[in-house]
Ligand binder design. Sequence first.
Ligand SMILES: [Zn+2]
Ligand SMILES: [Zn+2]
Length: 401
Amino acid sequence: MPYKLAKFTLFSGPVKSRKTFHAVRVLNSARASGFKHNGNFLVVKHPMDDVGSPGKIGGHEAYVLEHPNGIAELITDETRAILISGISHFKKEEGIVDLVDSLVRSGRNVIGYGLNLDSEGWPYGSMADLMAISDDVKVLKAICGDGFCELPAGRSIKIDRDYEPRCVTHFSKQGGRPRHGKLMVKTGPMYVGKTTTLGDLVAEEELRQNEFMVFNYAADNRYSETGKCATHDRAEFDSIGVTNGQEVYDRVIRNPNVKTVFIDESQFIGLKDEPLKGLYMPVHNLLSEGYDIVVFGLARTYNRKRFGETSALMCLADEVEVMYGICVDCKNHPSTESQRMIHIKGKSSIPAPFEGEIEVVGGAEDLGREVFYRSVCLRDLKFDGASYGDNRYNGRFNQLE
Ligand SMILES: [Zn+2]
Ligand SMILES: [Zn+2]
């Protein structure tokens, strides 16, 4: 299905992962297909990005701006696409996430290039928040510069005042572990077959007679007894219910023969723990112990906010897949959003208001009001009452068709 709506595409990787090279290719092909550079295609870079060539992305001119307001001021009625190099340097507090959200809602394509992780291995700057609202993610790799290693590098280390790409082995201070695990994150809204895909991968592991473990959120017992993962069409397979990532770590580490660890409903796991301590750290540590990990979960809530630690894990991942289905309303555009609906007994169903509790598991009933979810495109995502809450760029850009 061709993706006709505007979307936010995010390219993520360590230093020297050829992000500029990639951006130049995008700019070349945009120009070839009729986009006018800084006319209807705005090109921006952050001053901290690629400092060796100020005001340029390859041979292309770029506005050098360090505040999201500066970008907003350059958006005209004609602007259709915005490329932002060094997007991870823009600050969430200054509004970069609001800006991208608002631009995509207004029908404009946004393409961002940013650093995945800082030199300590944490999500870089605003990157986890940007991951949460991304519709498409490509993880770019560099080449490890440690001696003659030359393995694909997904992380950056700091040497004096410079940053250098490193593979996972040469990133960790201990170094020299025999093998490091790989992280794959599969995200997207509800009802796009994430748990079904997990079931397929589990079946594959069984066929290969590999040892693996499947974890699921303990409070998520919809359609099922605890201890099972249930897809929405009610196929089941065994899983271990947990509430935080430390439980995952403790159970896996006792099973050295396990090769692959599957984690479903990642958005809920560790939601009540300190940021990044709930699931990110345990996953990070299991990767260093050599386990491969496949994470399934929502990256954003029904009101497009960061949902648990899924989007942070997208920064750490070797591979990210943002899945989507077909919008149940227009049956035309890709469904990228989980719309929360409220059904009042004896009455019809209406969209939930923008503000609300994060954790309301589908199917929960209280006081005659039942919450459920629909998978819709961004254009058909609606809220009861004033839409889109607190975004500081609300109403700022004209809506493109
Ligand atoms: Zn290396
Ligand atoms: Zn739609």
